[in-house]
Ligand binder design. Structure first.
Ligand SMILES: [Mg+2]
Length: 250
């Protein structure tokens, strides 16, 4: 896989979590706060409980991408399922989900290099955030992380009423981008993100070039190969980078 030829693009649609913001770290910090507050476990067990929650939560968000569950379903079940797994009493009235929301809203560690890369990119491209998230949380995290000045717009799926990777999500993004950046050709747009199932699949569904941010060097999956094939059929291409700085190379 090659890195993209950046001279072709005018507009970059960038994912937020685990592409620019370190969501794994943010989530662990917020969960540690609430699990300690609610006496869910002793400190030495925190990594185990946090990793179980992450697995359950990630699986639910993957189901949301496929329209199998709603955002409300995720919120009603992720703590419940985690607590049940460890045999801990859970009730929605406990308010843990609200506390988690509040805590997560103020966790916005950046991926290394994200600030410098966004600052440099913003001089040559119109940058937009595309994120599947909850409006209140993402608004607070985007404002807090310091990247907002480099972006012309932020598109949060909850606000748009559709999620990545649906084509309809990108249709709504195109409408807004046309207003903010003026008319553009789809060949001038690049999607950058860490998730094959949401960002890269979304790029393919919307007939845009896609760049997979793969810092861990994960192997290309069968689903990625299928997406690359679909992408080429529509005259588009998929790329891969392991560091955000690769977007700056001429
Ligand atoms: Mg992501």
């Amino acid at each position: 896989m090659n890195r993209p030829d950046m001279s072709k693009y005018k507009i970059l649609l960038m994912d937020a979590d685990n592409t620019l913001l370190d969501f794994t770290k943010a989530e662990a910090q917020a969960l540690a706060e609430v699990f300690i507050k609610y006496n869910v476990c002793k400190e030495d067990m925190l990594p185990v409980v946090i990793s179980r929650f992450s697995e359950i939560n990630d699986a639910l968000w993957k189901r949301l991408e496929k329209n199998e569950v709603t955002r409300e379903y995720i919120i009603a079940n992720r703590f419940k399922d985690t607590f049940e797994f460890f045999g801990i009493y859970y009730s929605a009235e406990m308010g843990i989900e609200e506390d988690y929301f509040n805590s997560l809203s103020f966790q916005y560690p950046l991926i290394e290099g994200a600030e410098a890369v966004c600052r440099a990119l913003s001089e040559n491209y119109d940058l937009y955030i595309i994120t599947n998230g909850t409006k209140k949380i993402q608004d607070s995290r985007m404002a807090g992380c310091g990247l907002l000045p480099y972006f012309k717009g932020v598109f949060i799926s909850q606000e748009l009423g559709v999620n990545k990777p649906a084509k309809e999500y990108f249709d709504k993004v195109f409408e807004a981008v046309t207003k903010l950046s003026g008319p553009f050709d789809k060949s001038e747009v690049l999607v950058v993100g860490d998730s094959v199932s949401s960002d890269i699949k979304g790029a393919v569904n919307a007939e845009l070039d896609g760049c997979w941010y793969n810092p861990a060097g994960k192997a290309l999956s069968k689903s990625f190969d299928e997406l690359a094939e679909r992408s080429e059929l529509s005259g588009r291409k998929l790329y891969e980078i392991s560091r955000l700085e690769e977007l700056l190379a001429k």
